[in-house]
Design a protein around this ligand. Structure first.
Ligand SMILES: *Cc1c(COP(=O)(O)O)cnc(C)c1O
Length: 406
């Protein structure tokens, strides 16, 4: 049959998605075809600066040549064996990831949500077998306005109605406290508390940065009460905030850290649970797994994705370009923006509620060649790939200023 999709115009691509696709997204109408570094091109040849980076999955820039070379080379050799057998990439991936993050052990999965599910299972089992919590009584504390993924268990402890409504019944065993308030954690703890799951900065909630020293206090509370501190760094990790992991801003090391997204530089779903204690040691053969988790293609891609992040200075670039971008945004004079906040290249611009939502501004920016996305109605997140240079930040600032002053 060989249906021709090459010669269609933009509206035709959109029409096909609308007719045949589930309606669970409301994308901006840029039909993208090609990407390189911080830039992407649509099917009509228009160029855009990507200021979302696939929610921080393409920190290394689109189609990074070294990662591309790795995925092609490894795909020719071996892609999937299942964990019924060993493969020649897995051990090296573990060692390199542990060395880089000062972890003891790794459990590889695919999506971020799977890493979160993995950690929930592991921490519960740790609670029963090590801490001595009575069977089926384990409690995990989480924060209001969290985003940890889309499975039933995870949306069950979301406070976002749109994520939860219509999907119950949900998994019990979670307690929700306000974000950024250590005393709320202290108050929520019971003898059955096994873990505290938190994002170092709440990305989806609109780049919410907790008060100075929050993680340090939380870490102390967890230690005092024999609770596993679990940091979801799926969005904040791997250079995004100007450090390899955002926990470094507070000078702590979580017991369990979740990474995903940029772990593959956007080529392939790869996630991992990193462990600094022996918590991962409670899992026995047969108790957890994934057909694709830890496959040789994923491991090879992730090894190169980590290497380029470090060797090409992307983390330091995120720190200095992030500070430059943030300052530039804060200096734009206008009466629409309530606050601009950020750390590294994770920046949120919050509009006053009277402005009537951030989405129209995302559409106007798209027309000027800058792709970004609103989060929670009133906030735009600016999170370009970490390879962005000063000239391109200036280019973005000019366009953002023009749109705000229209
Ligand atoms: C994206 C994200 C997830 C979920 O990752 P998926 O790969 O979409 O399942 C979990 N936690 C945080 C903080 C995220 O940003």
């Amino acid at each position: 049959m060989g249906r021709e999709v090459e010669a269609m115009d933009q509206t035709e691509y959109i029409r096909l998605e609308e007719i045949y696709g589930a309606n669970n997204y409301k994308p901006l109408d840029a039909v993208l075809q090609r990407g390189e570094g911080v830039w992407v091109w649509d099917v009509e040849g228009n160029r855009y600066l990507d200021c979302l980076s696939a929610y921080s999955a393409v920190n290394q820039g689109h189609c990074h040549p070294r990662i591309l070379e790795t995925i092609i080379e490894q795909a020719r050799k071996l892609t999937l064996t299942s964990r019924a057998f060993r493969n020649d990439q897995l051990g090296a991936f573990y060692r390199e990831l542990c060395d880089l993050t000062h972890s003891h052990k790794v459990l590889p999965m695919n999506s971020g949500a799977e890493a979160v599910e993995t950690v929930i299972k592991t921490v519960r089992k740790w609670g029963y077998t090590v801490k001595g919590v009575p069977e089926d009584q384990a409690e995990i504390v989480v924060c209001a306005n969290n985003f940890h993924g889309r499975t039933i268990t995870i949306v069950g402890f979301s406070t976002d109605e749109g994520s939860r409504r219509g999907f119950g019944p949900f998994t019990p065993g979670f307690k929700i406290i306000p974000f950024g308030d250590p005393s709320a954690l202290e108050a929520a703890v019971t003898p059955n508390t096994v873990g505290f799951l938190v994002e170092p900065i709440q990305g989806e909630a609109g780049v919410i940065i907790p008060p100075e020293g929050y993680l340090l206090e939380v870490k102390a509370i967890c230690e005092r009460n024999d609770i596993v501190l679990i940091l979801d760094e799926i969005q904040t990790g791997l250079g995004r905030t100007g450090k390899l992991l955002a926990e470094e801003h507070d000078g702590i090391e979580a017991d369990l850290t979740l990474i995903g997204k940029a772990l593959s530089g956007g080529f392939y779903p790869v996630s991992a649970v990193l462990s600094n204690t022996e918590v991962l040691g409670v899992l026995q053969p047969g108790e957890h797994g994934s057909t694709f988790g830890g496959n040789p293609l994923a491991c090879a891609v992730a090894r190169t994705a980590l290497r380029v992040l470090v060797e090409e200075g992307m983390i330091g670039n995120a720190e200095c370009m992030g500070a430059y971008f943030l300052k530039g945004l804060q200096q734009i004079r206008n009466d629409k923006v309530k606050e601009v906040r950020g750390r590294g290249l994770l920046i949120g611009m919050e509009f006053f509620p009277e402005v009537g939502g951030a989405r129209p501004y995302c559409k106007k920016l798209m027309k000027r060649g800058l792709l970004c996305k609103e989060t929670h109605d009133n906030i735009i997140r600016f999170a370009p790939p970490l390879v962005i240079d000063q000239e391109t930040v200036d280019w973005a600032l000019e366009r953002i200023e023009a749109v705000l002053q229209e």
